[in-house]
Design a protein around this ligand. Structure first.
Ligand code: ADP
Length: 486
């Protein structure tokens, strides 16, 4: 099966969130299952061609694309993904992609992604390679299903091609003002109030993807159900309900070659569930690095995320007066909304022995927190899948999560499991999205921390969990087969 996998970020080349982890790992696993996978992404300025030894694709040469009234010369670079047969193709147009951030608010943002979508299609054509499946991820690839069906339907290469659209976060929709419509080169019959690409008088690249792809999926089963509701659908629930029989959920896996305390080169000391005293060394070192005093009996809560309301920062802010009374320490890594960054910095100044906040994006430190913290907190309002809680299970760092999306699918509440005599809990789960409920769950989780026997049971349950990509990749193959039969 030929699979073109299109993503705006891919580990190890570019990452701001979970999509990059998925795009770096799923294609490798698919290729082990006899798929011929090619990944397509932009060549951002941060990706250094020389250092990575990318190969210029001579057979493609310069692709001339007429975008926004200007002819653009696009070039393509290629490399093989490490330890795999997966080929990654980088769409090179420096004027658009050599910018400080991957995503911008600049007036030509739409042109960047129109160019990317067309360039991917034309690269596939020039490779003389006919994909059975084009797998799009989030709105940055949203125009491809429509372009394939209409703008490029003359090409026999795409006659049998089916498209899958994966939603990694429905909150990001690729909305652009109506006056850029002509530059999309979408047939004007699709742009009218409530039409296939229209969203409240704007153009939505997400909606275009949802309407024109052959199948839609998202990254956990619970989120697939949640987005059918008005509360979680981000305005797309009606269109998703129309396509309910084409919508499914497959939980993300993780790449245990990267996220495994036994081999992780980024952490202070490697460990396994057989010798958790080595995990304690990670705690001591992490606290040293974070500038907090070490105390064996005081639990450390780690947080690694974008600092935005979606990740629960509003209820965290609400709960701070209560939370700061508990005997716990916090190591928080992330960046995002300034008001929360400022608030957390203020709290850290007020409680210098208990709270440390590191603003920024730091991959190595994120591994150290996974290894050194006792708990990992994800109190998200919504969470399509969430990866940190899955990483943390493997590190014996107990997740405290809200009962939503992928968090609900991957964490089993310890107390509930004891009540039901299963004793298979792996973390702590709370329902209500409020500061008080957040405080209550942390208070409840902290009760078990100094009960060594119970604590070890929870850690062992967690570390035994296997969320490797293998099982989920098989489900993707089934999804691709379903699309092909359609
Ligand atoms: P989302 O994609 O919504 O941001 P996920 O939990 O699915 O959330 O994935 C986030 C990914 O990005 C994880 O791999 C996480 O470790 C990483 N990450 C988030 N913020 C940071 C940060 N400040 N520094 C390093 N890694 C981060």
């Amino acid at each position: 099966m030929n699979v073109a996998f299109v993503a705006s970020e891919v580990v190890p080349f570019a990452k701001t969130g979970g999509l990059a982890d998925v795009a770096g790992a799923l294609p490798k696993e698919l290729s082990k299952l006899k798929c011929n996978v090619k990944v397509f992404m932009p060549l951002y300025g941060s990706i250094k061609k020389q250092n990575l030894k990318l190969n210029y694709v001579w057979s493609i040469g310069k692709i001339k694309l007429d975008i926004g009234g200007e002819v653009r010369n696009v070039e393509v670079w290629q490399i093989q993904l490490k330890d795999s047969d997966v080929q990654v193709y980088f769409i090179d147009y420096p004027k658009f992609f050599k910018r400080k951030d991957f995503y911008t608010n600049s007036p030509d943002e739409h042109l960047r992604w129109i160019l990317f979508n067309k360039a991917v299609i034309e690269t596939i054509q020039r490779l003389q390679w006919s994909p059975d499946i084009i797998h799009l991820n989030d709105w940055q690839g949203g125009l491809i299903p429509l372009y394939i069906k209409e703008n490029y339907n003359w090409d026999k290469f795409f006659q049998k091609t089916k498209t899958i659209f994966s939603i990694h976060n429905i909150g990001y929709q690729g909305l652009f003002p109506a006056n850029i419509f002509n530059e999309t080169e979408i047939n004007s019959k699709h742009f009218y109030p409530t039409g296939p690409v229209e969203y409240y008088e704007k153009i939505s690249l997400l909606k275009a993807g949802l309407v024109f792809s052959d199948l839609i999926n998202t990254v956990s089963e619970t989120y697939a159900k949640e987005i059918l509701t008005e509360e979680y659908g981000g305005g797309m629930h009606e269109i998703l309900n129309d396509r309910k029989s084409d919508l499914s959920g497959i939980v993300n896996g993780v790449d245990y070659e990267i996220w495994n305390p036994k081999t992780d080169p980024n952490i202070y000391k490697n460990y396994t569930s057989a010798k958790l005293s080595d995990k304690e060394i990670n705690k001591e070192e992490l606290l040293k690095e974070a500038g907090l005093p070490y105390n064996k009996t005081t639990p450390v809560i780690g947080m690694i995320s974008r600092i935005v309301s979606q990740k629960g920062y509003d209820i965290l802010a609400e709960a701070l007066p209560e939370l700061t009374k508990l005997d716990v320490q916090w190591v928080i890594l992330g960046s995002g909304e300034k008001k929360y960054e400022r608030l957390m910095k203020k709290v850290a100044r007020k409680f210098p022995d208990n709270v440390s906040i590191i603003i920024g994006y730091n991959d190595v430190l994120s591994h150290k927190i996974e290894a050194g913290a006792d708990y990992l907190l994800m109190p998200s309002l919504y969470e399509p899948c969430g990866l940190n809680q899955i990483f943390s299970l493997k590190y014996g760092t107990i997740p405290i999560v809200r009962n939503t999306g992928g968090l609900a699918d991957t964490v089993i509440d310890w107390d509930k499991s004891v009540e039901e005599k299963r004793n298979d809990g792996t973390g702590f789960v709370f329902d209500e999205y409020s500061g008080h409920a957040l405080f209550k769950v942390i208070e409840r989780a902290a009760v078990h921390f100094n009960n060594k026997k119970v604590w070890r049971s929870i850690q062992k349950n967690a570390m035994k969990k296997d969320y490797s990509w293998k099982a989920s990749a098989k489900k993707y193959i089934e999804l691709y087969e379903k699309a092909i039969e359609k």
